[in-house]
Design a protein around this ligand. Structure first.
Ligand SMILES: Cc1cc2nc3c(=O)[nH]c(=O)nc-3n(C[C@H](O)[C@H](O)[C@H](O)COP(=O)(O)O)c2cc1C
Length: 304
């Protein structure tokens, strides 16, 4: 079982295994170090970073729904400067890849952040969250307009030599079209899906359950839709896909790999069982051994 080759190539990164923890669900990593050795993960993606610090949305910010959670954190984060000063040093002793999730409100902000991270030692890749409204274009979300996404990725590509992963929003009619646009713009990989726009109502107060009314749905409730989207994107692009959306165990992870994901991310599951990442690595190894597959890469996209 130890002989299985779990390594995965994403852009310029060689991950030791395909299991990555997703942005916003693993804090800055430190919070999880008592549960397992974080160096065993394929990569860590901390909470999304913007140029300036952000306070986030009014509470309540999390609401449990059937089979999932709604969150409206509002991308709260310490901002670039503070992240580099107080959070980055922690990763120096970890023997895994650090992928930075980042976002902006204008193309200029995205480019500026990519340029700044490009100069920082210890970062393997960038995951660009394009589920943010463009303030200059009347709030149209970058990730829902293929032309805008193409131009954004093209501009960011020029600003960094780091592996560039574009994280796609599922709140679109045709996710394959979005994936093709960002591939043409120069992305090394796509990751999908981010959360689905959703809400919950309290019948007693007749008010929303979230302070921001609308939030993002994640967890097992979204898995079948996320799986469909990864499969569709797999047929449309030639760059690697990092799949996510409701992965709770190794079986879920293998489903995503079969439909075309080269790697996967664990999100909401971290909040329920902090050891999910390590358990998924073990489960994948076991599946490969049982099926006499010596390399994980042989499994990718073999569905159908
Ligand atoms: C509390 C919370 C915070 C999140 N914050 C971010 C974020 O800062 N940037 C981002 O790109 N995605 C963020 N996400 C989305 C997750 O990374 C992931 O794409 C999504 O939750 C779907 O995967 P899951 O069903 O396994 O959780 C967040 C999700 C949750 C639940």
């Amino acid at each position: 079982m130890e002989d299985c080759d779990l390594t995965v190539r994403i852009g310029r990164m060689n991950l030791k295994n395909p299991v990555v923890v997703s942005s916003g669900t693993f804090g800055f990593g430190e919070e999880f170090e008592d549960f397992f050795d974080l160096s065993r993960l394929g990569a860590i993606i901390p909470k999304g970073i913007s140029l300036k610090p952000m306070a986030g949305n009014p509470p309540p910010r999390i609401f449990e729904t059937e089979g999932g959670i709604l969150n409206s954190i509002g991308l709260q984060n310490p901002g670039f400067r503070e992240f580099i000063k107080s959070k980055l040093p922690y990763y120096k002793n970890l023997k895994t890849h650090l992928i930075i999730n980042f976002f902006g409100n204008t193309q200029k902000e995205y480019v500026e952040l990519a340029r700044r991270f490009d100069d920082v030692a210890g970062i393997s890749g960038l995951e660009m969250n394009i589920s943010c409204p463009n303030v200059k274009r009347g709030g149209i979300v970058f990730g829902t307009d293929p032309q805008m996404a193409y131009r954004l990725v093209q501009a960011v590509r020029k600003a960094t030599a780091l592996t560039l992963i574009v994280k796609l929003s599922p709140n679109v009619t045709d996710i394959a079209l979005m994936a093709k646009s960002v591939e043409e713009g120069g992305a090394d990989a796509v990751s999908l899906v981010n959360t689905f726009r959703a809400m919950a109502v309290n019948i007693h107060t007749k008010k929303p359950e979230l302070g921001n009314t609308i939030g993002g749905l994640s967890g097992p409730a979204i898995k079948p839709i996320a799986l469909r989207m990864v499969w569709e994107v797999g047929q449309a692009v030639n760059i690697p896909i990092i799949g996510m959306g409701g992965i709770m165990n190794a079986t879920d992870a293998i489903e995503f790999i079969l439909v075309g994901a080269s790697a996967i991310q664990i999100g909401t599951a971290n909040l329920i069982n902090p050891k999910t990442g390590i358990e998924v690595i073990h489960g994948i190894k076991k599946y490969l051994a049982q099926n006499k597959i010596d390399r994980i890469q042989k499994l990718v996209g073999t569905f159908g």
